[in-house]
Design a protein around this ligand. Structure first.
Ligand code: ZN
Length: 257
């Protein structure tokens, strides 16, 4: 009954709020991540994008006005990562806030000695567990139209949302039943330790921000998986395999098409 109701609501949303053809064609042409999708994937992505635009309240702050096209630029690339996942993967939160540029979040963090520090560092994006997702529009523009290997703020923040689905943001989203947890844990922890060793030795590697903690490691490696799968495969072949199994996509084959 519930799935019939959901199907009815989905069809009604698609009928009433479908993305205009000209806008969809523009996105497919201009957003490099949307190139090389097959017909089924493109149809599915348009559907997911339409639904996400209806489900989330997307608004700009500090004078930024969000047009339908700007909202669709964000939604279409966010939905690319859930193309082969449960359609309810982005349920449980409502609000997407967009700043014109990097933004400062002031907060007090207590360290291991119980000392409170005031922090105000500029951010490109943030994802609150069960809360809003926040993006800098300048960073969205930088990452969307020209491939920046390993950098994509939308993928990064929405990957945190997937990671949070099993209650903890710890670098492991809920895996599919056919994915052994030990294989995931072994591949990712080995690659994480390897990255720490490379950074200690001053060697060039992937984005050092990935070494912050396992949650950032998953988010940054997801950025590589979609924007530079060749670099990911070269640095951490086993992780590429695990991410391909999790996202159920072979991004490397799209890169060479
Ligand atoms: Zn992050």
């Amino acid at each position: 009954m519930f799935s019939r109701l959901r199907r009815f609501l989905v069809l009604r949303t698609l009928r009433r709020h479908g993305l205009p053809d000209h806008l969809w064609r523009k996105l497919r042409k201009e957003l490099y991540l949307l190139h090389n999708l097959d017909t089924r994937q493109a149809v599915e992505l348009r559907k997911l994008t339409t639904l996400l635009l209806q489900e989330k309240a997307i608004h700009g702050v500090q004078g930024l006005e969000m047009t339908l096209e700007m909202k669709a630029v964000i939604a279409s690339q966010a939905c690319l990562i859930t193309l082969e996942l449960d359609p309810a993967s982005f349920d449980g939160w409502k609000e997407l806030i967009v700043y014109p540029d990097t933004f400062k979040v002031e907060r007090t963090v207590t360290d291991e000695y119980g000392v409170a520090h005031h922090q105000a560092s500029p951010l490109s994006g943030e994802s609150w567990q069960n809360g809003p997702l926040i993006l800098s529009w300048a960073d969205v523009l930088r990452d969307s139209y020209k491939r920046q290997p390993g950098s994509h703020v939308i993928i990064h923040e929405f990957a945190h949302k997937l990671d949070a689905l099993n209650g903890r943001v710890n670098g492991m989203p809920p895996l599919h039943p056919d994915m052994p947890v030990e294989e995931w844990t072994n591949a990712l922890s080995k690659a994480y330790e390897h990255l720490l060793r490379q950074l200690e030795a001053g060697k060039q590697s992937i984005n050092p921000y990935a070494a912050t903690n396992p949650a950032e490691f998953f988010a940054v490696l997801s950025e590589y998986f979609f924007t530079a799968p060749d670099v990911l495969k070269q640095h951490c072949g086993e992780v590429y395999g695990q991410l391909a199994a999790y996202y159920r996509q072979d991004t490397l084959s799209r890169l060479h098409n």
